[in-house]
Design a protein around this ligand. Structure first.
Ligand SMILES: C[S@@+](CC[C@H](N)C(=O)[O-])C[C@H]1O[C@@H](n2cnc3c(N)ncnc32)[C@H](O)[C@@H]1O
Length: 243
């Protein structure tokens, strides 16, 4: 990625925090790129197209092709029936999850309706729309999204085998606690969290360290921020041991 591309990304960050999009139309352009360059029904080709777009056209905040295999491996190990994701963006990580666990249902929560549209276009093109769903909302909206997940998407006690947390870094821990309070995880559920070093979720990391060996068993994967090899990042993979 060029310096110019990083500068454009940095300028778009205030918009991203407010709206979930960088503000220059790159997310919709990514969906158009996938539709134009990847054969329909080909998950590998759709993922390659998104990575190519992010490296060549405009940086995207997907988990990306270095950290993505960590997520793939965690999902494969868990062999899930139901995966809950927080933070859909363009649908890239959900696509990786669907590829790693073809028999699973993937329910992804995203506060931006525009991002949900982008992700649905890409999932539909890649042929996974039957198993991957986006719920527009946020865990912290006073119960509306929690109710939608439970009532409309079958997210019930002990049903979530994998939780992927990749949304507002300040909400990682509070949203995990909300999900634990609902009883949606079971002993053996796996929680994967991206960007724990950068932008950083220090409270989440401290919580996992505090409960290591009692409520959680965590592996900290040292890696890099998406689509470059300089800035360090951490992906945390935590097995829930029960309360
Ligand atoms: C880093 S991106 C997710 C990337 C995606 N998981 C991937 O790897 O392809 C974060 C996304 O979370 C969304 N988001 C931010 N805060 C949120 C919240 N509190 N609830 C739901 N979605 C949120 C943003 O709009 C953005 O689309």
């Amino acid at each position: 990625m060029t310096l110019r591309s990083w500068a454009r990304l940095a300028l778009g960050m205030p918009s991203f925090v407010r709206t979930g999009q960088i503000g220059d139309g790159r997310e919709a352009a990514c969906a158009a790129f996938v539709e134009a360059t990847a054969p329909p029904g080909d998950i590998d080709a759709a993922l390659t197209a998104i990575d190519t777009f992010a490296r060549r056209e405009a940086m995207l905040v997907n988990i990306g092709d270095e950290k993505g295999p960590l997520l793939d491996a965690a999902v494969r190990r868990a062999a899930p029936r139901l995966v809950l994701e927080l933070g859909t963006y363009c649908g890239y990580s959900a696509l990786r999850i669907a590829r790693a666990a073809p028999a699973a249902r993937v329910v992804s929560v995203e506060f931006s309706a525009a991002n949900a549209d982008v992700a649905r276009r890409i999932w539909s093109h890649a042929g996974v729309a039957g198993s991957v769903t986006c719920v527009v909302g946020t865990i912290g909206d006073g119960g509306r999204t929690l109710a939608a997940l439970a009532d409309d998407h079958g997210v019930t006690a002990g049903s979530v085998d994998v939780l992927f947390i990749d949304h507002d870094k300040n909400a990682y821990l509070s949203d995990l606690r909300t999900i634990l309070d609902r009883g949606w995880l079971h002993p053996g559920s796996v929680v994967v969290a991206d960007n724990v070093r950068l932008p950083g979720a220090p409270g989440y990391r401290a919580y996992m360290r505090r409960h290591e060996g009692t409520r959680w068993r965590t592996v900290e994967h040292k890696t890099h921020v998406e689509y470059q090899s300089v800035l360090p990042d951490l992906v945390l993979e935590s097995e829930y041991l029960g309360s």
